[in-house]
Design a binder for this molecule. Structure first.
Ligand SMILES: [Fe+2]
Ligand SMILES: [Fe+2]
Length: 176
């Protein structure tokens, strides 16, 4: 049986993953309208993955005697004008998600809820992968700066890492 405090924290994590999903969705839309088709495809897929992260939490809460709550989605307010801006925003968001996952680890340890701690480990490694990936994309974009051709090449590259990412994700899903 899930402790109330843990249930509340897991529901907050649901809201965090949902917000991440919609952030990716809105950035995918921005890329789509700016001709960055590789990034658009990548970010639409990231949005789906974040929804999957949210659903894992739903099932865990409901399977352990709690009640998962569908969160309210607030409108995203941000200003971006370059591809680098979009990925910096994503990176910042992923760092925040990592912080909330770490807080969950803390809480589970304090409450001696080792089952939820075990469940949360998947998110710990997922966050590590996401941060590394986003940082590597930013590094590449910064290398080319404002060069149109360079940005085009990077956008094409982003289209290809999408698959590797999907493969890693599928593997993570199996192991969980
Ligand atoms: Fe996530
Ligand atoms: Fe993420």
């Amino acid at each position: 049986m899930l402790k109330k405090e843990i249930e509340k924290a897991l529901n907050e994590q649901i809201a965090t993953e949902a917000a991440a999903s919609f952030l990716y969705l809105s950035l995918a839309s921005w890329c789509d309208t700016k001709g960055f088709e590789g990034s658009a495809a990548f970010l639409y897929q990231q949005s789906d993955e974040e929804r999957m992260h949210m659903l894992r939490l739903f099932h865990y809460i409901n399977n352990t005697g709690g009640s998962a709550i569908a969160p309210e989605i607030k409108k995203q307010n941000y200003k971006i004008s370059t591809l680098a801006d979009a990925y910096r925003l994503v990176y910042k968001s992923e760092i925040k998600v990592t912080e909330s996952v770490n807080e969950l680890v803390d809480l589970c340890t304090k409450q001696k809820d080792y089952s939820t701690l075990n469940f949360i480990q998947w998110y710990v490694s997922e966050q590590y992968e996401e941060e590394v990936l986003m940082k590597s994309i930013i590094d590449k974009i910064e290398l080319v700066g404002d060069d149109g051709k360079g940005l085009f090449m990077i956008d094409q590259y982003i289209k290809t890492i999408r698959k590797e990412n999907a493969a890693a994700e599928a593997k993570g899903g199996q192991e969980a």
